[in-house]
Design a protein around this ligand. Structure first.
Ligand code: F6P
Length: 323
């Protein structure tokens, strides 16, 4: 049976680019002749029937906004079968016959539960943590990394001026991606992630060596899920009598806000369009994903003699989403 109306929700921690993804979902649905409904406050709002129909204008002016205009919620009760049944009833009452769930791994678990109950769903990965399995990158990661990078660049200015060392804590829950990537791109002296246990003695040695090599500062990036988060690490280093003026900055929720980067807006558009088109073709119980992170080599003949052509799929997308 073909679908007539799509529902869209954003769940879990908000991520920059969620609005751009909702816009893509709604405008693609309309382009395909489907109705579009926004579900407010994630699965919690779904269960309460907090649902409204969305037209093209309702998703205008949001592509550049951080957060999610549909709002979000963390809702543990959605694991309960009776709560899922209520959600199904609400979807039916609103005439929604397929759902796009935008969010992180918890959001995908909610979507899977509905799929197992026979409802058509498609997931779109969006979480600054980049801990969603099956996709190289989720919506929001790039913006969060740029925010972290700007903060660390600023911290380095003051660190160098005072010859201080800074411990900078990033978010990421149990996933070290944000810390690891920002450690690389900010040129940190040391990076600590949950996936790799590094004793504080090694951190102390790295900081001492940095100064011994003539550096005027040291930056240690620590993921919030690491064995020693920033404050605990500072205490351990102080106990070791590290003869360095040490400061801690916990970046916190500042990493979640802000206008989405060019990359996040682009993948939000691509993933949003693709999710709706797949649902319309009858696919369900899946998450749209981006994969291909290898660094390869190509012959210089190819690189130097031909011009790279734009992918005309983007042209089609641009026309459709402009409505
Ligand atoms: O999942 C995104 C995230 O920002 C994590 O990095 C962090 O651990 C968590 O959410 C914080 O959750 P809350 O906003 O509910 O405090």
């Amino acid at each position: 049976m073909s679908i007539k109306a799509i529902g869209v929700l954003t769940a879990g921690g908000d991520a920059p680019g969620m609005n751009a993804a909702v816009r893509a979902v709604v405008r693609t649905a309309l382009a395909l002749g489907l109705r579009a409904h926004g579900i407010r406050r994630a699965y919690a709002g779904l269960v309460e029937g907090d649902i409204c129909e969305l037209g093209a204008r309702d998703v205008g002016g949001i592509i550049q906004r951080g957060g999610t205009f549909l709002r979000t919620a963390r809702f543990k009760d959605f694991a309960k079968p009776e709560v899922q049944q209520t959600a199904l009833r609400q979807l039916k009452t609103s005439g929604i016959d397929a759902l796009v769930a935008i969010g992180g791994d918890g959001t995908m678990r909610g979507a899977l539960a509905l799929h197992r109950l026979g409802f058509r769903v498609m997931g779109v990965p969006a979480s600054i943590d980049n801990d969603v399995c099956g996709t190289d990158i989720s919506i929001g990661v790039d913006t969060a990394l740029n925010t972290i990078l700007e903060a660390i660049d600023r911290l380095r200015d003051t660190a160098s001026s005072h010859q201080r060392a800074f411990i900078v804590e990033t978010m990421g829950r149990k996933c070290g991606h944000l810390a690891l990537m920002s450690g690389i791109i900010s040129g940190a002296e040391m990076t600590l992630i949950p996936e790799q246990d590094v004793p504080p003695e090694e951190v102390a040695a790295a900081v001492r060596e940095a100064y011994a090599r003539g550096k005027t500062h040291a930056i240690v990036v620590v993921s919030e899920g690491a064995k020693y988060p920033a404050i605990a690490l500072k205490e351990r280093l102080n106990e070791m009598r590290l003869d360095v003026d040490l400061r801690v900055t916990v970046l916190g929720h500042v990493q979640r806000g802000g206008a989405p980067s060019a990359w996040d807006r682009l993948i939000a558009a691509r993933l949003g369009v693709n999710a709706v088109e797949r649902l319309a073709k009858g696919e369900s119980g899946a998450m749209v994903a981006l994969q291909a992170r290898e660094v390869l080599s190509v012959p210089l003949e190819e690189a130097g003699t031909r011009q790279r052509q734009p992918d005309m799929e983007y042209y089609r997308m641009a026309r459709m989403l402009a409505k």
